[in-house]
Design a protein around this ligand. Structure first.
Ligand code: GDP
Length: 365
C-alpha cells in the first residue's frame, strides 16, 4: 500500500496521493539561441542608428574572446569613415561630487538642442569590484529613459589601458550610429583621467566647495588637464562657499602655464540637483569648441590622440602577448622569487624573461 497511514486501523487519518514532481525547467520554455550578427549586419545596423546593433557591437568590443575581437575590429574599421563627428566631453570628479546628477541634467540640456547623446565610462575600480559603478543607467534617471540617449557602463575586464581602449573604440561606434555628443565619465581619483583626457575634446572637472581646503587633495595634474572647472552644489547655504571656492580655483589657475590650446580654463558654479547655472556651463563649452575649432587646435588634438592610441594599442598588445605566453607565465613566478630573495637583480631577471620570450618559436595562431 502506498500510504499505510490510510489503513482502517488509523481512524481519522487520511493521506491523499501526491502529484508527480514537475520538471525543474518549464518544458514549454523555448530555447531561442540568438544567432550572432555578422560584422556586415552590425555595421549596417549601426549606420542606421539601430541601438540593439550598436549594443551588440559594443559587447563584441568588450569581449575577451579572440574571435569576437576580430569581428569587433572589422566593425570598427568599417565604421571609422563615419566617425569623428561628435563633441567628446570628459567628465570627472570624486565620488559624491555629483557626476551622475550632473550628467543627467547636462545631458537633457544638450538633447534639448536636438541630436543624440552617448554616455560612456572608464572605471578603473570595476576590475576589482567586478561590477562597474560609472555609467550605470540607474544613476541617470531621466537620461536612461530618453530615446536619444545611450548609456553604457565601463568595460570591466582588463588593465586600465585595455578598458580605456575599449571605451575609445566604443566612441567610434557611437559616432557612426549618429551620436553627436559623447560624454566619457570617470572617477577623479587617479590614472583614469589621463586615459579619458586622451580621448576627449573637452575635459570638465566637477568640484565641491565647503571643505575649506578646496585645492588640497586634488592633484595638480588633473587641474592642468581641465578645460573647465565647475563647482557643484552651489545651492542653499552653500552658494557663498561655492563662490569662494570659485575665486580660489581662479587664482590657482593663474599660476598654471598657458594651455596648449591657448584657451583659458574657466571656473563656474552651478547646482546639478536644483538645475541652476546649467546653460552657463554649456555656454562655456560651446565657446571652447568655437575657440579651438577656430585656431585649429581641435583637429591637432584629435590627431595627437590618434597617434597616442596607435602606440597605446601596440604597447597593450605586446604586453598581453608577453604575459599570456605559457612559458613566460611559468618562469615569471620563479624569477620573481629569485629577485625577492636577493639572488638575482631585477634587471637580470627581466633580461632572462625577455631573452626567453624572444627565443620562443612563434606558434600558428
Ligand atoms: P557621483 O558619485 O559623483 O556620481 O555623485 P551623485 O550624482 O551620485 O551625487 C552625490 C550626492 O550629492 C547625491 O546625494 C546627490 O543628490 C547630491 N547632489 C548632487 N548634485 C547636487 C547639487 O547640485 N546640490 C546638492 N545640494 N546636492 C547634490
Amino acid at each position: 500500500m502506498e500510504h499505510p497511514e490510510n489503513d482502517s486501523k488509523y481512524i481519522g487519518l487520511q493521506v491523499n496521493g501526491g502529484v508527480a514532481q514537475p520538471p525543474v525547467v518549464n518544458p514549454y520554455l523555448q530555447h531561442r539561441r540568438r544567432r550572432m550578427a555578422t560584422p556586415a549586419e552590425l555595421v549596417e545596423g549601426i549606420l542606421k542608428g539601430d541601438i540593439t546593433m550598436l549594443s551588440r557591437a559594443v559587447t563584441l568590443v568588450e569581449s575577451l574572446v579572440p574571435e569576437h575581437q576580430a569581428m569587433a575590429q572589422e566593425v570598427i574599421e568599417k565604421c571609422l569613415p563615419y566617425s569623428g563627428n561628435s563633441r567628446r566631453i570628459g567628465i570627472t570628479g570624486v565620488p559624491g561630487a555629483g557626476k551622475s546628477t550632473s550628467i543627467d541634467v547636462f545631458g537633457l540640456h544638450v538633447l534639448k538642442g536636438g541630436g543624440k547623446l552617448a554616455v560612456l565610462a572608464i572605471d578603473p575600480s570595476s576590475e576589482r569590484t567586478k561590477g562597474s559603478i560609472l555609467g550605470d543607467k540607474t544613476r541617470m534617471e531621466k537620461l536612461s529613459v530618453h530615446p536619444d540617449a545611450f548609456i553604457r557602463p565601463s568595460p570591466s575586464a582588463g588593465s586600465l589601458g585595455g578598458v580605456a581602449r575599449k571605451t575609445r573604440e566604443t566612441i567610434v561606434l557611437c559616432e557612426a550610429a549618429g551620436f553627436n555628443n559623447v560624454f566619457v565619465e570617470t572617477v577623479g581619483v587617479g590614472q583614469s583621467e589621463t586615459a579619458v583626457h586622451s580621448m576627449v575634446d573637452f575635459f570638465l572637472l566637477i568640484q565641491l566647495a565647503g571643505t575649506g581646503d578646496e585645492l588640497q587633495g586634488i592633484k595638480r595634474g588633473i587641474m592642468e588637464m581641465a578645460d573647465g572647472i565647475v563647482i557643484n552644489k552651489a545651492d542653499g547655504d552653500n552658494v557663498h562657499r561655492a563662490q569662494l571656492a570659485q575665486a580660489q580655483f581662479k587664482s590657482a589657475l593663474q599660476l598654471f602655464p598657458p594651455t596648449a590650446s591657448g584657451w583659458k580654463p574657466e571656473v563656474l558654479t552651478y547646482s546639478g540637483y536644483y538645475e541652476l547655472g546649467i546653460p552657463e556651463v554649456w555656454d562655456m563649452i560651446d565657446r571652447y569648441f568655437d575657440y579651438v575649432k577656430g585656431n585649429g587646435y581641435f583637429f591637432r588634438r584629435r590627431q595627437e590622440q590618434a597617434r597616442y592610441w596607435m602606440y597605446e594599442s601596440i604597447n597593450e598588445q605586446l604586453r598581453d602577448h608577453f604575459y599570456r605566453n605559457p612559458e613566460i607565465e611559468t618562469v615569471l613566478p620563479n624569477l620573481e622569487h629569485e629577485v625577492l630573495a636577493d639572488r638575482l637583480s631585477s634587471f637580470v631577471a627581466a633580461r632572462k624573461a625577455l631573452d626567453l620570450y624572444f627565443n620562443i618559436k612563434p606558434t600558428n595562431g
